[in-house]
Design a protein around this ligand. Structure first.
Ligand SMILES: *Cc1c(COP(=O)(O)O)cnc(C)c1O
Length: 461
């Protein structure tokens, strides 16, 4: 009886609100602010849509934090998951294998640039980068160059929230306070590029490449690797790189005998129109890190791809201690691997059929049409299915104080119009599932525009 009563209260939405407020601690969230605005509990999803506990429907405008590819509750992926769960949900990858893990490793290597032939699985993006950093560090020790241990990161880089990734990254706003605990790393300027609907509005990579060249030439014997997010720095607000930039970075790394680690946690798996972003420039990195979209937004899984040359340096008799001691309990989880395999199969069809390209084209068009020249819109950046709209006060007005939370206000207003988005300060980031259709793109931008106009009117802009 007591158990029955408890189950009843567990499904009562009023309690869910209360329990969430009383006991949850949400990441990247000022909880004081969170508790002061209406809560939203997502209960189910279908395609690009989400429903909350009160039955309201929302378009998933940020693909459930940049992960969803083929829609929610997708029949083929569900079937792959059900098939795998009927066999086994989890078995370790430490010293053992399983068929879906082996298949996924082979599939990733087939899809990836030529140089990459080995896959280390883990379970989130930060780990994928952390593993690449540690593999690079250990590699140089194993080949007799232990002094090569500095990491070079790019301005505005974000690679995760663990200590190694914070040190390699450059997100002062998020991580500045942890500086005293971070290992030393070098930085170089990011290039500049504004692009929308396939048209480059401005671009400059000269300063960035000069700085990288200087840093490498002055310190190469001490540098292990350069790490960056190719094509788009998503978490920094969709900051773009001009075409040709990555190829130049690759050339500089090769010339200076420094590893190139590409963080494709965000841009990988179709986001920019190809399976991997680095393929658009024919770049062959030493490490390629994947997570977010790898399982189409279903389950946590990450992969760090690397070369046979690096792998071979770790081989030897047991007592040489050359093995790589970094693994997570749920590394290469079979459920997640089965979903990733199915998702990659569907992604290849989405690309080869031309559908993804058409979607990207329409997304760029509609975004430009809806917001270019708008009074409170500054720069708009878009590449692939990723976009940012920088909001700004009307000309001549003083900048909005941060506590005005204009970006958040626009996103909260958008909710009332059936649209879920997450701001980055006063920028609105838009990252829909890869299968979003034209009607849904219209819905997205029409309602975002309505929300933006309503908020501007309200705050007197
Ligand atoms: C999200 C993200 C990460 C971190 O991934 P987690 O799974 O959140 O640890 C790293 N790099 C980039 C570019 C990301 O977008």
């Amino acid at each position: 009886m007591a158990i029955l009563q408890r189950q009843n209260t567990l499904t009562n939405p009023t309690h869910i609100d209360e329990w969430d407020r009383d006991h949850s601690w949400h990441p990247f969230t000022q909880m004081e602010e969170y508790c002061s605005v209406p809560q939203l509990h997502v209960e189910r999803g279908q395609g690009c849509w989400l429903w909350d506990t009160e039955g309201n429907r929302y378009l998933d405008g940020n693909a459930s934090i940049w992960t969803n590819a083929h829609g929610h509750n997708e029949p083929d992926i569900n079937a792959a998951l059900v098939e795998q769960i009927g066999k086994i949900a989890h078995s370790t990858y430490l010293g053992l294998s399983h068929p879906v893990g082996a298949k996924l490793g082979k599939r990733l290597v087939d899809l990836a640039p030529e140089s990459l032939n080995r896959v280390v699985f883990s379970d989130n993006g930060s780990n994928a980068i952390e593993i690449a950093l540690k593999l690079s560090f250990q590699y140089w020790q194993l080949v007799g160059k232990p002094e090569k241990r500095l990491i070079v990161g790019m301005e505005n880089g974000y690679h995760g929230d663990t200590f190694g990734t914070m040190a390699a990254g450059n997100s002062d706003a998020f991580h500045g306070r942890f500086q005293p605990w971070l290992f030393e790393s070098l930085k170089f300027a990011a290039p500049e590029c504004s692009e929308l609907d396939g048209k480059v509005k401005s671009a400059d990579m000269g300063k960035s490449l000069c700085q990288l060249e200087e840093v490498l030439e002055a310190n190469a014997p001490q540098i292990a690797a350069v790490v960056l997010e190719p094509s788009i720095q998503g978490p920094a607000g969709m900051r773009l790189q001009p075409a040709g930039f990555l190829k130049e970075v690759e050339t500089l790394c090769k010339r200076n005998e420094v590893h190139l680690i590409l963080d494709e946690v965000f841009v990988g798996c179709g986001r920019t129109g190809s399976v991997f972003a680095c393929q658009q420039e024919g770049v062959d990195p030493d490490f390629l890190c994947l997570a977010k979209g790898l399982t189409a937004g279903y389950l946590p899984l990450a992969a760090t791809l690397t070369t046979e040359k690096i792998y071979e340096a770790f081989l030897g008799a047991f007592d040489t201690g050359r093995a790589f001691y970094h693994g997570h309990t749920f590394t290469g989880n079979p459920l997640a691997a089965s979903v990733a395999l199915k998702s990659l199969e569907k992604l290849e069809r989405l690309i080869s059929s031309g559908r993804l390209e058409k979607t990207i084209y329409y997304f760029g068009r509609k975004l430009a049409e809806s917001f270019e020249g708008q009074r409170n819109v500054g720069d708009i950046r878009q590449r692939g299915l990723a976009a940012a709209i920088d909001l700004q006060p009307r000309q001549g007005c003083v900048p909005w104080p941060p506590n005005d939370r204009v970006g958040l206000k626009v996103c909260l207003e958008a909710r009332k119009h059936g649209l879920l988005l997450r701001p980055l300060l006063d920028s609105i980031l838009i990252v829909p599932p890869l299968v979003i259709n034209q009607e849904e793109i219209d819905f997205l931008f029409d309602n975002l525009r309505t929300a933006l106009e309503a908020v501007m009117k309200n705050i007197g802009n």
